[in-house]
Design a protein around this ligand. Structure first.
Ligand code: IDP
Ligand code: MG
Length: 156
């Protein structure tokens, strides 16, 4: 099982799209194991996006991410990191394929609704930045027997 960090960015919250975006993860069969509304501080945005510090869009990105509340989620499943990235779609709303979150709900290259960790290393690092110990819950989903095929011994 992998757990990934998802952020519903300020544009998703301000546009009232959180429910529909969260539904995409639930509909797919991924499990929400952490979720909260929060305001990202300048310091947290800088740490989270430190890999982009030298990019021309960095100052605007930090301003955007700290401008209004976000919803942060810890989302779990087999292959959850790649599955979430595929649900999100390409970075730019203008290029993202229809059927993806960014492809269906936005047109902007910077206001692109959602963040998702891009590797297991990034997920581990980012989850620790946004969730304190105890805020990510291990819980059993009643429907799991019908989400994964466990009849062969290991869920697949
Ligand atoms: P990702 O969110 O798809 O992983 P990254 O390349 O990691 O994309 O960029 C982080 C965020 O920075 C993007 O989601 C987007 O909000 C913003 N961003 C990336 N490239 C550009 C750009 O060329 N112009 C404006 N904003 C950008
Ligand atoms: Mg990225």
């Amino acid at each position: 099982m992998e757990t990934t960090l998802i952020i519903l960015k300020p544009d998703a919250v301000q546009r009232g799209l959180c429910g529909r975006v969260i539904s995409r993860f639930e509909d797919k069969g991924l499990q929400v194991v952490g979720m909260k509304l929060m305001r990202i501080s300048d310091q947290l945005a800088a740490t989270h996006y430190e890999a982009h510090k030298s990019k021309p869009f960095y100052p605007g990105l930090v301003r955007f991410m700290t401008s209004s509340p976000v919803v942060v989620m810890a989302v779990r499943g087999i292959g959850a990191i790649t599955i979430a990235r595929n649900l999100m779609g390409a970075t730019f709303g203008s290029k993202a394929a229809p059927g993806t979150i960014r492809g269906d709900f936005g047109v902007s290259n910077s206001f692109n609704l959602i963040h998702g960790s891009d590797s297991p290393e990034a997920a581990e690092r980012e989850l620790k930045l946004f969730f304190a110990p105890g805020e990510v819950l291990d819980w059993t989903r009643a429907g799991d027997a019908w989400v994964y095929d466990a009849t062969g011994g290991t869920p697949e």
